[in-house]
Design a protein around this ligand. Structure first.
Ligand code: PMP
Length: 296
């Protein structure tokens, strides 16, 4: 469950009990998927509770709303302050935070008349585990930029993600990998993709993917550690049987991939660049120092 009797959410200007939070069945978002949301993490760091990349997430929420014409009468700093207050009122330290901007009743296909804002949060410990994913290439393609604002995190977009993930699970895999409309590798249903070949990391260029905040952090970490990253169009044939691969995202953090379409990646996860980045990412979210020598 995401909440209990004592959980507090923030809804339209007030901190209220989750059990008292209601939406209108005629809300435009409920019918058409016309809303925008974020997925954010807070970590119990040595410096206290810290929302990781809070500014980047709330700036993206604004961008997402503006991309599709949803009114956005909020300031990033105001929302960050509210979120810290919400964590505090719930007594959460390691948590997932879900802001959702949704539109009031309107059954017509016109832009949102006003915005409503929910911020919900639930406890969620840092994962960054040893689990490795078995992926399959989805029969569903990512929605092309000609058809949607793919760089916006808009609710309706996630029907595509749900179909891809469920298809993967129905076939006995852990997760899907989606191609773009032209057949190049795009991303996971809720995470960005990196593949290692020799000592270089490759990741799909922007265009048909959500520009992940974790993806940007991974690229930043690589620059600091002197790991070469190339953003380009990737063919499936260059991924099958490559040295290693991983997914990254706020929820997934950095998670290794064992195989794609039952074709294993060559390196043991512990010997891959992804394993180094996983440790560096963990240190970063927990605000700890990271030295490459520690990895050995
Ligand atoms: N791609 C998709 C489709 C996603 O939903 C997510 C999760 N927001 C990501 C990538 C990763 O983005 P981020 O690192 O900003 O969480």
């Amino acid at each position: 469950m995401y909440y209990n009797e004592s959980t507090i959410v923030y809804l339209n200007g007030s901190f209220i009990k989750a059990t008292d939070a209601v939406a209108n069945p005629y809300d435009q978002t409920l019918h058409y998927g016309y809303g925008a949301f974020e997925g954010i993490r807070a970590y119990d760091t040595q410096n206290g509770v810290r929302i990781f990349k809070a500014r980047e997430h709330y700036d993206r929420l604004k961008f997402s709303c503006e991309s599709v014409g949803i009114p956005y009468p909020y300031q990033t700093q105001e929302l960050i302050d509210i979120t810290y207050e919400l964590l505090n009122r719930n007594g959460f330290k390691d948590a997932y935070i879900r802001p959702l901007v949704f539109c009031p009743p309107n059954m017509s296909l016109t832009k949102g008349k006003a915005a409503q804002l929910l911020i919900a949060t639930w406890e969620w410990g840092a994962y960054l585990g040893e689990k490795l994913l078995r992926l399959h290439t989805s029969s569903f393609r990512r929605i092309p930029p000609q058809c949607f604002k793919v760089e916006a995190k808009v609710s309706g977009h996630y029907v595509n993600s749900i179909m891809a993930t469920q298809e993967a699970k129905d076939k006995g895999f852990d997760e899907a990998l989606l191609l773009d409309i032209d057949g190049f590798v795009a991303e996971g249903p809720g995470a960005n993709f990196f593949v290692q070949s020799e000592d270089v990391l490759y990741t799909p260029q922007l265009g048909s993917i959500l520009p992940g905040i974790t993806r940007a952090t991974v690229i930043e970490i690589c620059q600091e550690l002197g790991i070469e990253v190339v953003e380009k169009k990737l063919k499936l044939e260059n991924v099958h049987g490559a040295d290693s691969a991983f997914y990254c995202g706020t929820a997934a953090e950095v998670i290794g991939i064992e195989s794609l379409d039952n074709i294993p990646f060559q390196l043991q996860w512990k010997d891959s660049l992804g394993a180094i980045i996983q440790k560096a990412y963990k240190n970063r979210v927990l605000e700890q120092e990271f030295r490459l020598q520690e990895v050995a």
